[in-house]
Design a protein around this ligand. Structure first.
Ligand code: 3PY
Length: 251
């Protein structure tokens, strides 16, 4: 097992951030802050395949594991991210066990799955195919995202699917689909998050959660959540500038 996968599944706390600014320079700047990993967001940011590979290259240079949140469930998107050398994938909007099994199949080489073999960057452009075939199923991190009412309802059967490393909770979308948006509904949303976390832990899976910042990570750690993505490079840039402007204008 890779050090990164071991850290993600050790229930011991890894903290990363989304890379949403589509440039390797942004990855280098992010890496300078030494997150445990980055997650390049191809679901909500405008980042194409060639750019993803360059962003992973930048992360590798700084020894920061780079995951990719793929845009959807297409096996081609998962294969492309892994061929580019991603340390793992985060598959959004997984709502039932069939979708979870499809994510496993797309992420693992046979016999565990159906990932295709190719001479991409991950396989040393063909020079390390045998080595990659041997090691990838032990090193690649598969995280699936629970963020729909259906995913919440099916969490026990999803969590039981073999081959998933991390069950990651997206509270923003979850709050929309269970109609629990805003501070007035915080208790109901938090109860849903706890229900997902409990089911995932009972099935032996690590649990992840998105937070806009790190302010309440310590609280969620007590609920057994050990994998965090806090904000994004774009969100931090904007928040940092807003704070600086506020300070400057009030002086
Ligand atoms: C959510 O909160 O729904 C997310 O997808 C976080 O990225």
């Amino acid at each position: 097992m890779s050090g990164f996968r071991q850290n993600c599944t050790a229930f011991d706390g890894v903290i990363g951030t989304f890379s949403a600014i589509p440039h390797p320079v942004a990855v280098e700047i992010t890496a300078a802050a030494a997150p445990d990993f980055i997650c390049i967001d191809c679901e909500h940011a405008q980042i194409g395949r060639e750019r993803v590979e360059d962003m992973i290259r930048a992360a590798d240079l700084h020894r920061v594991p780079a995951m990719v949140r793929v845009p959807g469930h297409a096996p081609e998107a998962i294969a492309s991210a892994l061929d580019a050398g991603a340390a793992g994938v985060l598959v959004p909007r997984v709502s039932n066990a069939d979708e979870a099994r499809a994510a496993v199949a797309a992420s693992r080489f046979p016999p565990a799955g159906r990932r295709g073999v190719g001479p991409g960057r991950a396989a040393g452009y063909g020079y390390r195919i045998a080595e990659t075939l041997k090691s990838a199923n032990e090193t690649v991190v598969l995280a699936i995202q629970i963020e729909t009412a259906e995913g919440l309802a099916n969490i026990e059967e999803i969590a039981a699917v073999e081959g998933i490393d991390v069950i990651f909770i997206g509270p923003g979308d979850l709050s929309v689909t269970i109609d629990a948006m805003g501070p007035a509904n915080a208790d109901r949303l938090n109860a849903a998050i706890r229900r997902i976390a409990d089911a995932a832990r009972a099935a032996g899976k690590a649990v992840g959660l998105f937070r806009p910042d790190g302010s309440d990570v310590a609280t969620w750690e007590k609920a057994g959540i050990s994998f965090y993505i806090i904000g994004s490079d774009a969100m931090m840039l904007s928040a940092g500038l807003a704070a600086g402007l506020k300070q400057a204008r009030s002086e």
